[in-house]
Design a protein around this ligand. Structure first.
Ligand code: T5A
Length: 203
C-alpha cells in the first residue's frame, strides 16, 4: 500500500507522518517512511539544490528536477519496498508538482501530468491525505520560523492561495483523496488520519 500526505507549507505533514509512523509501529506494522524531494542520494541532491542552495531556475526546470528526483525515488526505493509487501508512507509525491509548479507557478497541467507519468511509470498512491490549511493560518505558522526554510515559504499569500486551491481541485476527483482539517491539534489530526488509514491497512 502506497500512502501519501500532501498540503501547503507548514500544514503539519511532517508532524503527521512521524505520528502515523508511531501508530504503525505500535500496531506492529513495518512501514517505509520517505519524502519528496528526497529519499535517495539524487533526491537529496535536488532537495539541497532547490531548497537549501536556492538555485534560481525557471519553473519548468524546477518541475524537471523534482521529477528527476522522483524517477530515482520510485525506481530505487518506493517500488522495491512495495514489491516486498511493505507499506510506503511518503511526505509529498507527484501531486506536489501539480499543485506547486502547476497551480502555483502556472505551468501547463497536461504537460506536468505527462512529466509526472514518465517519472512515476504510472505508480499512483492508494490513498492521499490532503492536510487543508487556510492561508492565514499558514502565515501564522511560518511567522514562528526565524527565516523561511526554503524559497517556497517566502512566496506571497497569492501563491499559497493558488497552491491550496490547486490541491482542493485535485482532491475533487475523489477516489484516493481524503481531505483532513489541518487546523486540528496534532493529536486530533493523527486520530482523524488513523481512522482513514487503519481500515484500509486492515482490509
Ligand atoms: N515541492 C515539492 C515542489 O514545488 N514540487 C514538488 O514536486 C515537490 C515534491 C518541500 C518544498 O518543495 C516543494 C514544496 C515545498 O515547498 P519541505 O521542506 O519538504 O520542502 O517543505 P514542507 O513539506 O512544506 O515542510 P514544512 O516543514 O514547511 O511543513 P509541514 O511538514 O507540512 O509541517 P510540519 O509538520 O513541519 O509543521 C510545521 C509547524 O507547524 C506545527 C509544527 O510544530 C511546526 O512548528 N504543527 C502544528 N501546529 C498546530 N497544529 C497542528 N496540527 C500542527 N502540526 C504541525
Amino acid at each position: 500500500m502506497f500512502l501519501t500526505i500532501e498540503g501547503v507549507e507548514g500544514s503539519g505533514k511532517t508532524t503527521l507522518v512521524q505520528a502515523l509512523h508511531e501508530r504503525f509501529a505500535l500496531a506492529g506494522i513495518d512501514v517505509l517512511v520517505t519524502r519528496e524531494p528526497g529519499g535517495t542520494p539524487a533526491g537529496n541532491a535536488v532537495r539541497e539544490m532547490i531548497l537549501r542552495s536556492r538555485l534560481d531556475v525557471t519553473p519548468l526546470t524546477e518541475a524537471f528536477l523534482m521529477n528527476g528526483a522522483r524517477s530515482e525515488h520510485v525506481t530505487e526505493k518506493i517500488r522495491p519496498a512495495l514489491a516486498e509487501g511493505r507499506i510506503v508512507l511518503c511526505d509529498r509525491f507527484a501531486d506536489s508538482t501539480l499543485a506547486y509548479q502547476g497551480y502555483g507557478r502556472g505551468l501547463d497541467l497536461p504537460t506536468l501530468r505527462l512529466l509526472c507519468l514518465a517519472a512515476t511509470g504510472g505508480l499512483e498512491p492508494d490513498l492521499t491525505l490532503l492536510l487543508d490549511l487556510p492561508v492565514e493560518r499558514l502565515r501564522d505558522r511560518l511567522a514562528e520560523r526565524i527565516a523561511p526554510e526554503d524559497p517556497f515559504e517566502g512566496e506571497d499569500a497569492a501563491f499559497h492561495e493558488r497552491v491550496r486551491h490547486g490541491y482542493l481541485e485535485l482532491a475533487k476527483s475523489g477516489g484516493r483523496w481524503r481531505i483532513l482539517d489541518a487546523t486540528l491539534s496534532p493529536e486530533a489530526l493523527v486520530d482523524a488520519a488513523w481512522d482513514v488509514v487503519q481500515p484500509l491497512v486492515a482490509s
